[in-house]
Design a protein around this ligand. Structure first.
Ligand SMILES: C/C=C/C(=O)SCCNC(=O)CCNC(=O)[C@H](O)C(C)(C)COP(=O)(O)OP(=O)(O)OC[C@H]1O[C@@H](n2cnc3c(N)ncnc32)[C@H](O)[C@@H]1OP(=O)(O)O
Length: 269
């Protein structure tokens, strides 16, 4: 039976809230859901009125990871190579607008990875977070072996990956796996949206896009290269309209009116 939208999209002011929508399966991931999610991200990137995106899950979970019903036969399948994907799995990392996870409940396996592909994570205090891979006989998939040590440190990453133990939102905050815990669980999306709204109201979309690119590139380079990257972008920032508006709005004691995110240029490389 055909399912309805696998990803719901709702505008809240300048923020687009995307909701993974397979609540009877704890929003378990499959290719169709991924395609819808990426399509909604593309639309959000192209729509200048969307200034930030919040990702959450329908029902009581964020995302239980790959749909285990789909994986049932996997041990019997003989792949020569992994099937090609239309886009890299880590596509959300390339989105140029702030992308915030509102972890409303369990995030496991690929569901946790998707939260890590977001720029920051808001969580309920009791959300269950688990890498889950080792318990399923799987390896550290989709770049989590790269992302997780950078967030929590090597031995904590190994703890979480080797044991697959469940970490609650509160502990996750202490180790840097999430960035905010929202005590009133029902408000986790609201608070993520409020944060996103604050970015939208105060910060230049162009500057935020460049900063995201800088941070991701810097994680893979040495210090001198990161400074050279900043120098390359600084000239563009001095020449662009946003610095004029940023300075004028401060001097005139008024909120800024930055233009929407312009299309990609070679500066985004
Ligand atoms: C290529 C592979 C990539 C991967 O992502 S591998 C990792 C796959 N994921 C997992 O192994 C996680 C499996 N799920 C769990 O361990 C637990 O769930 C949680 C820790 C995430 C949450 O625990 P709790 O809060 O106690 O919920 P609950 O009662 O276990 O689950 C509620 C309903 O959600 C369904 N569900 C959860 N995860 C998945 C999934 N990944 N695929 C399909 N269904 C899932 C359950 O079965 C159940 O459903 P019902 O209420 O009908 O019994």
């Amino acid at each position: 039976m055909a399912e309805g939208p696998l990803v719901l999209a709702e505008r809240r002011g300048a923020v687009l809230v995307l909701t993974l929508n397979r609540p009877d399966r704890m929003n378990a991931w499959n290719d169709a859901l991924e395609e819808e999610y990426y399509a909604r991200l593309d639309e959000a990137e192209a729509d200048a009125s969307v200034r930030a995106i919040v990702l959450t899950g329908a029902g009581r979970g964020f995302c239980g990871g790959a749909d285990l019903a789909d994986l049932e036969a996997v041990g019997e399948t003989e792949f020569d190579e992994l099937p090609p994907r239309p886009r890299p799995r880590w596509y959300p990392l390339t989105v140029r607008k702030p992308l915030i996870a509102a972890i409303n409940g369990a995030a496991a396996g690929l569901g946790l990875v998707e939260a890590l592909y977001c720029d920051l994570r808001f969580s309920t205090p009791d959300a269950k977070l688990t890498t889950a891979f080792a318990k399923r006989g799987l390896i550290a998939e989709y770049g989590i072996a790269w992302l997780l040590p950078r967030l929590v440190g090597t031995s904590r990453a190994l703890d979480l990956l080797l044991s697959s133990r469940v970490v609650l939102g509160r502990e996750a905050l202490g180790i840097g796996l999430v960035d905010r815990v929202v005590e009133e669980a029902g408000r986790v999306v609201d608070e993520a949206v409020e944060y996103a709204e604050a970015l939208a109201a105060a910060c230049s979309p162009w500057a935020m896009a460049q900063i995201k690119g800088q941070v991701h590139r810097a994680l893979e380079t040495d210090f001198a290269t990161a400074v050279a990257d900043a120098d390359r972008l600084m000239l563009a920032s001095f020449r662009g309209p946003d610095v004029k508006e940023g300075v004028a709005s401060y001097l005139e004691r008024r909120p800024p009116a930055f233009p929407g995110l312009p299309p990609r240029t070679e500066l985004d490389a």
